[in-house]
Design a protein around this ligand. Sequence first.
Ligand SMILES: Cc1ncc(COP(=O)(O)O)c(C=O)c1O
Length: 416
Amino acid sequence: MTQENIKLDIDFVRSQFPAFKDPLSKDWSFFENAGGSYVPRNVIDKLTKFMTSTKVQPYAEYPMSKIAGNNMDKATKYFSQMINAQENEILVGGSTSINLYVLSNALKFIIKPGDEIIVTNQDHEANISPWRRLRDRGAKIIEWKFDKNSHELEISELKKLINNKTKILAVTHCSNIIGSINNLKEICEIAHKFNTLVIGDGVSFAPHGFPDVKELGVDFYTFSLYKTYGPHLALLYGKEEILKKLPNQNHEFLNGKYPYTINPGGPNHEELASLIGIYDYFENLYLHHFNDKDSSILEKIKKINKLISDHEEIIANPILDYLNKSKHFNLIGKSKIINKDRAPTISFTSNKMSSRELSDILVKNNIATRNDNFYAWRCLQSLGIDTIDGVVRISIVHYNSKNDVDKLIDVLKKIN
Ligand SMILES: Cc1ncc(COP(=O)(O)O)c(C=O)c1O
């Protein structure tokens, strides 16, 4: 069978997530995935096992400690292979916001008065504020604004803004409101002609397929592991040749021991070890759908990514189509996913009621969603939307089913 003929087995997928059987959550259609996703049982099992038998200080020679340390290293190794990075290019921190703050603190030393930094108005604030604050170092902050009609960040606009003074370009791989996927590879190619470092925010991208950071060519890339089916942690990738030049922000005796030099302190041990459960889940997903066991971890991830995005496209397009044609609702962003040019993160407002009222109706109908600005308040401001009431956001991942979508569209039709 060619990959084209293989479809995601949604019943198998859902059977891996205990939340779909839990009395509290089983009757809900869960559409808040861009806020944080459910976890497969593999992650829960790894966390429980760590806490039960290896919850000691890792890396000593007695077995409980040795196994704890081994599992923490194993998690880093798997994740590096899943995103095509080296093990010494990965850091796991508390959240993407923390990772980007810590990174900006390390990178501030490359900024001289008069240097320029490009930020966008499409990003989540986590990838804006830390870079804007570098104006205290004398940096000039330039905003790459999305197009008022298409809501996309146009490359032609970037070309007008970037120049030899641009030291940093902070840009999202995928907007958590508009859903648009930015061509990070092309953006990096342009930026590198000016020796500009690119900081990619992959938080809204990675839940729909892990990135290949080398193929993207990005200098730094971060995503939240609690949105990619894991515990509340976030991964930061940085190119080795840049990481090794950054100042030590950790204990002084760790000088030169990158990547540990970036974070002041170590990771959350039990949660780091439980990331093996995400790897195990994706491995099981692969073995359930494909026969070729000998492929590399990266090859397996790429095949799973395709299965996932095909499934997401099939189930998300009817919602996009419904919202786009409705006179009652205002859809933000592209009205159709074609070849993964948009994430199934769907934001909209109503002409007849506030986003809060709309969200309340959906929640009463067992549709887990909310209204908010989702910390992309500059994006909402530029869209002319009240940043308190915000938008209603329906965010889909691969474990959402056609039933979830049918239920949502039925409720929207009743409101209409
Ligand atoms: C696109 C995007 N970037 C960054 C963040 C911040 O992530 P964290 O909660 O891990 O700080 C979020 C969180 O929702 C997000 O959606």
